[in-house]
Design a binder for this molecule. Structure first.
Ligand SMILES: [Fe+2]
Length: 275
């Protein structure tokens, strides 16, 4: 049976003694679900899995999504390729929760390391529940009824400014109009409260005027990425990170450029709205 080793940080744990090439037993799936909710991000090592096995593993946790913009593995529209090299540096510098521009953002993602650079390329995660606990009490109270706007257009503003950017992303813009989410969300499994904003997609806090909104968002986005709420995952080939997209923000450490880094990601649908 699988075993868990917790990281010495606010979140994160590694699951050992499990072979993800094989179909999982129900109790193993339950163990992983519980481990994910409790630790917010879980890691696996030495899992040499094919796209078919990657997909079969992910299907244990829900239905699978496709991304409106990124390329995919041939024959697997649900496996997104994240590949960067000298000619195509990573554009993701911001801490974020994936796809909060959707009405129901994903439950989580399962990211597989295929080609790992010698140096750099770690992924950083930060706990939104630990960040909530770190707020002063009066602030916890004042945030609890606020709603914020999350926007695809805001998150992809740099791509939109590139030549033909708006034309290329026309359909994605139509399919993903701005949505609102509560600023404080409750995790459906653990019941923990979370700060649910991120600097990539959250454009405005509704009830505040523009300058108050900017000030509060910049405070919250600074706060949630404090080092005390973080863990850092050092990739090896065939490592996996499975994060709970409801309770973490993450970002890549892009210092590996111009080396090649190739990752394959499956994103799992959530069934519960964050309201
Ligand atoms: Fe991401």
């Amino acid at each position: 049976m699988a075993k868990i080793r917790k990281e010495d940080s606010a979140l994160g744990a590694t699951i050992d003694e499990i072979d993800l090439r094989e179909p999982l037993q129900t109790k193993e799936v339950e163990f992983i679900k519980q481990s994910l909710a409790e630790n917010e991000v879980i890691f696996f090592r030495d899992q040499e899995i094919s796209p078919t096995q990657h997909k079969a593993f992910a299907l244990n946790f829900g239905e699978l999504q496709s991304h409106p913009v990124y390329p995919t593995v041939k024959g697997f529209p649900e496996i997104t390729i994240l590949e960067n090299d000298e000619d195509n540096p990573s554009k993701i510098e911001e801490w974020h929760t994936d796809m909060t521009f959707r009405k129901i953002p994903p439950l989580g993602s399962i990211l597989l390391g295929k080609i790992i650079p010698k140096e750099g390329g770690d992924t950083l995660f930060a706990s939104l529940s630990a960040a909530f606990e770190g707020l002063p009490n009066d602030m916890k109270n004042s945030l609890k009824d606020m709603q914020a706007v999350h926007s695809f257009e805001y998150g992809f503003k740099e791509s939109l400014e590139e030549p033909y950017g708006r034309e290329k992303l026309k359909q994605a813009l139509i399919d993903n109009p701005p949505v609102e989410h509560p600023v404080i969300r409750t995790h459906p499994v653990t019941g923990k409260r979370l700060i649910y904003v991120n600097s990539l997609f959250t454009s405005k806090i509704n009830t505040l005027n523009d300058s108050e909104s900017r000030e509060l968002l910049s405070f919250l986005c600074e706060h949630i990425r404090k080092e005390e709420y973080q863990c850092r995952f050092r990739w090896k080939t065939n490592s996996i990170a499975f994060w709970d997209n409801r309770s973490v923000i993450h970002k890549p450490d892009n210092t590996y450029w111009p080396q090649l880094r190739r990752m394959e990601r499956i994103t799992i649908d959530d069934t519960e709205s964050p309201y």
